[in-house]
Design a protein around this ligand. Structure first.
Ligand code: DQA
Length: 153
């Protein structure tokens, strides 16, 4: 059986984790987050493919490539694009695999503009305010959805 892979996308400025507002995002780096994701995915029997970009177009292209069906699920932290990218919304919408939007911080108790997500509407769930743990929660939810879908066949 083909190995099940999760695509984990992190958007702009998440490359600066560890240095960026550590009181909000913590002291750990993007590398730490990606290693965490790989380890958590492994526990559930998945491979995690990680991708970070500061460019909306690169994220759209990566999602478009996911249309080839290489992934069992997608976890995306679109970062600031969350709040205004209809291009990422559209790219997510056309993918039928389970998709979860994750935010490290609680976007609902910060500046007003962060309370609105354009991209969450194209995802099966949104998780926020759990730090790194939000990504493993997302993996568990994707695993649950895949098992439900398998039962429904
Ligand atoms: C974020 C929240 C966004 O509002 C912000 O623009 C980010 C990170 C989070 O993970 O909490 O860059 O997505």
């Amino acid at each position: 059986m083909a190995v099940k892979t999760l695509l984990i996308i992190n958007g702009p400025n998440l490359s600066m984790l560890g240095m960026r507002e550590p009181e909000i995002y913590g002291k750990e780096t993007l590398d730490d987050l990606q290693n965490y994701c790989r380890a958590e995915a492994k526990k559930l029997g998945y491979l995690a493919e990680t991708f970070q970009s500061n460019s909306e177009g690169e994220i759209v292209t990566r999602l478009n490539r996911a249309m080839r069906g290489n992934y069992s699920g997608i976890i995306i932290n679109p970062a600031a694009f969350t709040h205004y990218s209809y291009a990422i919304y559209d790219a997510l919408l056309m993918l039928s695999v389970p998709k979860v939007e994750v935010h490290l911080s609680n976007i609902y108790n910060r500046e007003q503009f962060r309370s609105h997500s354009v991209t969450a509407g194209a995802c099966d769930r949104q998780i926020y305010g759990r730090g790194f743990a939000g990504y493993s929660d997302a993996m568990e939810y994707i695993d649950h959805l895949l098992k439900e879908r398998e039962k429904g066949k």
